[in-house]
Design a binder for this molecule. Sequence first.
Ligand SMILES: Nc1ncnc2c1ncn2[C@@H]1O[C@H](COP(=O)(O)OP(=O)(O)OP(=O)(O)O)[C@@H](O)[C@H]1O
Ligand SMILES: [Mg+2]
Length: 426
Amino acid sequence: MSTDHNVSSNAFGSNTQIHQGNTVIHNYGSNASRKANFVLPFPPNESVIRRPEIVTKIDKLLTRSKDGHYCSAALWGLGGSGKTQIALDYAYRRSHEDPACDIFWVHADNETSFARDYQRIARKLNLDYKVNSEELFLTVCDGIGSLQRWLLILDNADDLTLFGVGVGGQTKSLFEYIPHGPGGTVLWTSRDEQIVNLVGPLRGVLISHMGIKEAENLLAMTRREDIRADEIKEAKLLLQELQWLPLAISQAGSYMLRTSTPIKKYLSKLLEGESRWDMLKQSQHDRHRRPDVPNSVLETWNISISHIRQESETTYKVLNTIAYLDSEKIPLSLILAASNDNTPGQERSPQNQEEVLKMVIPRLKELSFISERKAENGDEPSFDMHKLVQDAIRYQLHTDDSTLETYFATAALGVTWQYISASTEQ
Ligand SMILES: Nc1ncnc2c1ncn2[C@@H]1O[C@H](COP(=O)(O)OP(=O)(O)OP(=O)(O)O)[C@@H](O)[C@H]1O
Ligand SMILES: [Mg+2]
């Protein structure tokens, strides 16, 4: 049996282990007077709406790191679902509970932001930061890993090829430079469920829409006015229309505050075909989001959609076509048909069908663009598509490329027609 002894005042360097038979003496060094390093890009959000179910899950997954074990977890979900806010809240809670814990934040969107933040950490830890990228990454990785207790947040790791996921292990990946020493906690956020490949299947936490009460609180907080009893019915309808998505709610609330728009008026504009996009297009400043990413609901998913297009034209085609269908209960056969060229009379090849079942649908689920419904009484499987993602896709096609807009809208009509004809024949 091995026992752990903590020895804080001695002649050994910090964080050394002395092995004596079955006993491991872990010298964490004296931290009594040491000020923990703290590198976070955003101030605490004093008006954060706590989401207790998620907080419990994260705390459970990461609790062992406080006892000197390495732990990691990943928050994944649709853009705007609140992953960064939850990670930020965890960082501030952790620093409050454990003031000796060193805390670092890295924007993991791309290699440039990753390198910039690693440089910042190197400076903070008095490491040599003028070296070339690889040496810098290694130095920082070792520097963090040798601290007694530390938390590293890797935010917005949306392009997972950077971290070696989905590239067949051929190229060098930034994952090699993520520390995993004892006493360390790594918390990732990503729009892509594939992130669980980096932490293990049981360590992913899906961040989906807010609960009804949480959403009401966020609306009240962002418009700086409680929801009155005579507004509650419209507020509920509005939140449903916004799919209880935190980004959409906070944007709506800030707009209402700035323009003194009552809930009822905002809702009616959202439900009117003509002004709907004007409402969703709004982009109010948000001090808890990076200034270089769009806050508008109609633009926030552009980058994910471009990624999809680079990955697979078939997935891109299916996504754009089903954006023109009713968002609820889209039958599997309709999704299969959406991957065809839709030439009348053209049969779906088995190969094509396999691609949709094994690649297209799983990918759209991993990115939270669609979700599967539970099939009832042997019914055909069906899917819901996120209603605001549908708006965003239609808006982008409308503004960027009217030829593609016509193509996908017509394709949607075509597959619906095929589906109705086939159902009538049966
Ligand atoms: N728990 C919360 N309390 C208060 N506001 C929140 C909360 N969650 C999200 N918000 C609001 O919604 C906005 C979007 O949330 P956030 O940036 O955390 O989403 P995200 O999932 O990280 O999105 P992305 O994938 O685009 O990075 C926040 O800037 C904030 O205004
Ligand atoms: Mg984020």
